[in-house]
Design a protein around this ligand. Structure first.
Ligand code: F1P
Length: 341
């Protein structure tokens, strides 16, 4: 069995360590706060970890009310004037599996030189250059992986960022509830593995992943996973924006995955999926309840975002294998991008 499969299946253990690392660092994290001492929180990563930043920034601003944005490392490096506000203290949150990606490391060095504020690092490699640049660094070694595409690494860093955000938001009930995520993750992977395998057998030509608010960054990451692993074109959109053009691409070989929102927000978003189905697309919903792949976690919505990840990661793995590809060696890609900038 490919190590990509093993890493996807084993990720709940990495989630447990991620939560533990934040809990161990509670005092140091609180000393970096409170959130409203910052004019803006800037999340920086590349590729997968840029999408992690998108998910993290939306969640952070929703829970703490402080302006939060996500930017790819290369953009912070090349176009800082489009990123930094003119005044105010900033917190830069650097996200990186390897802790070695050139743009992210260089962006953090440039930020430190400007002395806008502190740097908080989340990485899977405690010995990396980025780990050494943090005023505070949280490392989740259990998230390290041999596969090129990120699966358990991404999910582990997402759990860590979510636990930190809930700590700063003072939502101890939700933060403590996260401790049951590993067992819920194990249950979901076991319950739905066959369903992901069956859906992966069909000859999909195009995949859309739709997600709103704090789920958009997760949708973008899942679309990237589909691209990298299966070589199938995959696009992510906020639900309602899908009507403004992209839906023109729907045909019977199109899979539209909807990351269902909690509660009443879902109504407006699910209407988009019904329209897509009427246009001939194949619909798949993932979410807490009333979804094809349902979590039934019982957790607060702010604590369960990571559950949107494993099943589509598993689907992408099986789709790659069905296409005769090797998920452990994705075409043209390497595990870390180091360039001479
Ligand atoms: C991020 C990255 C991604 C890419 C692939 C390999 O590196 O290069 O950009 O999509 O998943 O990892 P890192 O800074 O998170 O190590």
């Amino acid at each position: 069995m490919h190590f990509t499969y093993q890493e996807i299946r084993s990720q709940p253990q990495a989630w447990a360590q991620a939560w533990q690392r934040v809990d161990e660092a509670r005092a140091a994290l609180q000393a970096l706060g409170p959130a409203d001492r910052y004019a803006q929180v800037l999340f920086v990563g590349c590729g997968s970890t840029y999408h992690l930043g998108q998910a993290a920034a939306a969640q952070f601003q929703a829970l703490l009310g402080v302006p939060a944005v996500a930017r790819p490392g290369g953009e912070v490096l090349l176009y800082p004037e489009t990123v930094y506000p003119r005044a105010g203290r900033l917190l830069l949150v650097a996200l990186s599996r390897s802790g070695t990606t050139t743009e992210t490391v260089r962006a953090v060095e440039a930020f430190r030189a400007l002395q806008h504020g502190p740097v908080l690092v989340f990485t899977n490699d405690p010995k990396s250059p980025l780990a050494r640049l943090g005023d505070l660094t949280l490392a989740v070694e259990a998230g390290q992986e041999r596969s090129v595409v990120q699966t358990r690494s991404f999910a582990s860093l997402y759990v860590a960022v979510t636990a930190w955000t809930l700590l700063w938001a003072g939502d101890e009930e939700a933060r403590q509830a996260m401790r049951t995520l590993p067992s819920i993750g194990e249950r979901l992977l076991t319950t739905y593995e066959n369903a992901t395998h069956a859906l992966a057998a069909q000859p999909w030509r195009l995949v859309f992943v739709l997600g709103g608010g704090p789920r958009y960054g997760l949708a973008a990451e899942l679309a990237l996973k589909v691209q990298e692993t299966t070589l199938t074109p995959a696009l992510a959109y906020p639900f309602l924006d899908f009507r403004h053009g992209p839906k023109s691409l729907i045909d019977p070989a199109t899979l539209i995955v909807g990351l269902r929102a909690p509660g009443a927000t879902a109504t407006a978003e699910m209407a988009v999926l019904e329209e897509a189905r009427a246009l001939g697309g194949h619909i798949l919903t993932i979410g807490e309840e009333q979804a094809d792949w349902a979590f039934h976690s019982g957790l607060p919505a702010s604590a369960r975002g990571v559950l949107y990840l494993p099943l589509l990661q598993l689907w992408a793995y099986f789709r790659a294998v069905a296409r005769g590809l090797n998920p452990d060696r994705p075409r043209h890609l390497q595990a870390v991008v180091e360039v001479d900038l």
